[in-house]
Design a protein around this ligand. Structure first.
Ligand code: SF4
Ligand code: FES
Length: 247
């Protein structure tokens, strides 16, 4: 298929950036969206032009690094990551707009690459447990109810891609943070730091410039791992519990 791509180009963090138009031809519907961008970059390289910078690593929907805003939708028209989005989701002759995540907390580094270090700093603030390292303990020494294990596992599927932030009109990181709070808070090993975790993570989230949740729900719709909105309820419950603990 032949396509017209309108792509955000920005040479560095202080450049104001602009949209530029690139035609691409002979794109197979079996290519991933990133492979289609690879084809364009090979053409730009051959012409001696600067290739388009975009982030990626695993290309298997695991690492969360490949986020792009595609025609106004985080990761494009399917509920998946950009690397797992295939060109069969588009039609011959389509015009596609490709932009980086837009959020103050995710500043653009170059072209389509943003700095998601703010997510790392939220994790550093509280997204961990103090269980001993070393060899794995006997699994039955700490019984975990099956519903709690399942809910923890569901929340642990968050890959930190940032689509929830990009989709949210408030650029809130609360779905991401709620996933981490739920993942750790459902398990016995997550209890010692439970109160401090939520307070420190929320404080860091706010300091990093993310917005607050107003229950729009765009985050959960955009999430490639289908993290449900109710993890934000869990986050709010844990925060209320932490702030009133001992009173
Ligand atoms: S909650 Fe979903 S959209 Fe947000 S960072 Fe995690 S995987 Fe990505
Ligand atoms: S490149 Fe790893 S999730 Fe897309």
């Amino acid at each position: 298929m032949n396509l017209t791509l309108n792509i955000w180009r920005q040479s560095g963090p202080s450049d104001k950036g602009e949209m530029r138009t690139y035609p691409v031809s002979d794109i197979s519907e079996d290519m991933s969206f990133l492979e289609m961008l690879d084809v364009l970059n090979e053409e730009l390289n051959a012409k001696g032009e600067e290739p388009i910078a975009f982030d990626h690593d695993c290309r298997e929907g695991i690492c969360g690094s490949c986020g792009l805003m595609i025609s106004g939708q985080a990761h494009g028209p399917e509920v998946t990551t950009t690397c797992q989005l295939h060109m069969r989701s588009f039609s011959d002759g389509d015009e596609i707009t490709v932009e980086p995540w837009r959020a103050d907390a995710f500043p653009v580094i170059k072209d389509l690459v943003v700095d998601r270090g703010s997510f790392d700093r939220i994790i550093q603030a509280g997204g961990f447990i103090s269980a001993n390292t070393g060899s794995a303990p006997e699994a039955h020494s700490v019984p975990v109810p099956k519903p709690a294990a399942d809910r923890s596992f569901m929340a642990a599927a968050c890959i930190g891609c940032g689509a929830c932030v990009a989709a949210c009109p408030n650029a809130s990181g609360m779905l991401f943070m709620g996933a981490k709070i739920t993942h750790l808070g459902e398990m016995p090993q997550g209890q010692p730091e439970r109160d401090a975790r939520v307070v420190q993570m929320v404080n860091t989230h706010d300091e990093e410039g993310f917005g607050g949740c107003t229950n729009v729900g765009a985050c959960a719709e955009a999430c490639p791992k289908e993290i449900p909105l109710d993890v934000i309820n869990q986050l709010n419950q844990d925060l209320r519990r932490a702030l009133t603990h001992g009173r």
